[in-house]
Design a protein around this ligand. Structure first.
Ligand code: LIP
Length: 264
């Protein structure tokens, strides 16, 4: 377990915001059958969680900047630090009352992610990592998978939704190529949890295109502190800016990149 002042701050903020999300998630299950549906309700839940996170983190670390999914960029007086926050990652799962969603908080210091937290309030699953202090799931130390054989590997992925039809041809080519080599694939619907599962060794690797820095920031340090590798989906280092990610244990990450590179 990480017992730093920083992780205490991040954990307290996530748990406070998570209480509201957990309550709203219970409501969403009732709204599934209503004509209006839960759309607006989920947007309100998302914004409420973000407001709580902003207030709690600002109180504890005044001056830090923010990059947030709903409210965008808030410049801080401390130009070295910024929080990269997704208050509700896995929005579509939440909307459909599927308990696979998370609060994701990353802390960037001088351009490097130095701490991350991913919390699923529906399952009380808390994943934390801090530079040099390892990656943890509640009080279990995390290590990436030891698998070396792609034919035995379980690979996470992200399916572009209907509104991202431009990405469908490339994804279909990549999916076909990976299906021909990996044991199987999984589509969880929340990038942060996909990366937490890679850090926990449950997934051997994961890739996705068309996601945001707030989806990846916390997951990236979790994977690295668990002994894994993180690049963009083309093998480059600037995944947060590229909006794509490929991560995993070293041999499977390397082989997955090679498969994606030639997928046409
Ligand atoms: C989601 C990601 C997911 C991706 C979805 C969406 P959101 O983030 O976690 O991996 O496939 O398109 O971007 O929108 O739920 O915060």
């Amino acid at each position: 377990m990480i017992r730093s002042a920083l992780m205490t701050v991040m954990t307290a903020a996530a748990i406070k915001a998570g209480r509201g999300l957990k309550r709203d998630f219970g409501e969403v299950e009732n709204l599934q059958v209503s004509m209006k549906g839960p759309g607006d309700f989920v947007s309100a839940a998302d914004r409420k969680a973000e407001k709580t996170l902003f207030e709690e983190l600002s109180k504890a670390r005044p001056g830090y900047g923010f990059v947030m999914e709903e409210s965008g960029v808030v410049e801080g007086s401390d130009k070295s630090h910024r929080w990269i926050v997704d208050p509700l990652d896995g929005t579509t799962n939440f909307l459909h009352a599927i308990p696979v969603f998370a609060i994701s908080i990353g802390l960037e210091r001088d351009g490097q992610i130095v701490a991350g937290l991913i919390y699923n309030p529906a399952t009380e699953d808390m994943y934390v990592a801090e530079k040099g202090q390892g990656a943890w799931n509640n009080d279990r130390r995390l290590r990436v998978s030891a698998r070396r054989d792609m034919a035995m590997a379980l690979i996470g992925c992200g399916v572009p939704h209907l509104g991202k039809a431009a990405g469908h041809p490339r994804f279909k080519a990549e999916l076909a190529a990976v299906m021909a080599r990996a044991q199987n694939l999984r589509r969880m619907g929340a990038a942060s949890l996909d990366m937490a599962y890679v850090a926990a060794g449950r997934l051997d690797a994961y890739w996705e295109r068309g996601i945001n820095n707030w989806d990846m920031a916390a997951g990236a340090i979790l994977v690295r502190e668990a002994g894994g590798f993180v690049t963009d989906a083309d093998g480059g280092p600037d995944y947060l800016d590229a909006g794509t990610v490929c991560c995993g244990c070293e041999p499977i990450h390397k082989e997955l990149l090679a498969i994606l590179r030639v997928a046409k």
